[in-house]
Design a protein around this ligand. Sequence first.
Ligand code: GLU
Length: 411
Amino acid sequence: MTNEIREALAQFDRACEVYDFECEELEMLKYSQRIIEIAFPVRMDDGSFRVFRGYRVQHNDVRGPYKGGLRFHPEVNLDEVKALAFWMTIKCAVADIPYGGAKGGIKVDTKKVSKNELERITRSYTRHIAEFIGPEKDIPAPDMYTNPQVMAWVMDEYSHIVGRNTPAAVTGKPLTIGGSLGRDTATAQGGFYILEMLFKELKIKPAGLTFAVQGFGNAGMNMAKILAANNLKVVAVSDSSSGIHDPRGLDIEKLIVHKEKSGKLSGFAGAKTITNEQLLELPVKVLIPAALEAVITDANVNKIKADIIMELANGPVVMSACQKLHKRGVMVVPDVLANSGGVIVSYFEWVQNLRHFYWDMAKVQDHLKVQLSKAFKDVWQTAKKYDVNLRTGAYIVALGKITKALNVRGT
Ligand code: GLU
């Protein structure tokens, strides 16, 4: 067992220690209902063939069809995908959207293949898992190093296989083929709404506070952008190669232009280059890990100086570190709540596809806010009631809903 799945199960066990769910079937959650592991050859641009490995893990569908992203990463492995699928089951239950949890992955470094190769890899993967996915079965979406273009290829390939245009088979698509307004920024926007609710609850005035964001992909970059647009001070950001720090605050719009031009964050005028590790240890009010799993562990937890950690990535703070932070009074807003804006707007996209009726931005944002306010309130009150951290609070909320579904459905 690797760390990720051990982590996921420890979080599950912790909630069961605090709350007696009175449901024998809940043990099901320790396992994935279906694991698809594939290998497939793809013709590369130079005419050679390369074999790729891919996964789709369908963790649990008691509350609705499986739902979860598709990740392209050179280090993707089955245990990681299993943990990520488990977290999707919990996340969808916390957010109270009618889905179960799944996750997919292809072991590929997107920086080392061409666009045409990536398209062939995506289409071949889709053909191999096509019988297991679909609007009522399992709906993939973007995750690390996948984007609307990749979703368009999945949707197109799937539509060819089933013989009809099926936009609801995947979410996070480009707008022209049934994507939803606001889906591209939904993870960050949702995180921002949660922060606003947290500040209100803690009676903190956000003006003048400092923020550091680890990761400059879809979630991290948009989060930095939204914070800056709300006149909040982002003092540090990083991507996979390095970070930058300026205690006076970074001009995020200019930084995005700089990164587009130079391909990196370092070298941005007035800012000091730092490592990813240093970013995590900066004396900021809010630290937002928005990249990989397990970046805050027992090894660096004592050096963390932030008061609030917002998990925009999946699984960035390991459980033992999270408990230590909680004891020290550092608040960790758990991934299953903090980054749920993405899958919530995925749900809106799916609803729009099934109805063939499209929403304007205001409607997407309003509904996102409503959904998240309820989730935040449930988690906050549950954590208070049982005197536990927000992660265990979130798990109690989620497992309560899953238990109800298991009990009423029977086996
Ligand atoms: N990959 C995102 C997540 O981890 C979004 C999943 C989705 O929209 O289905 O939550």
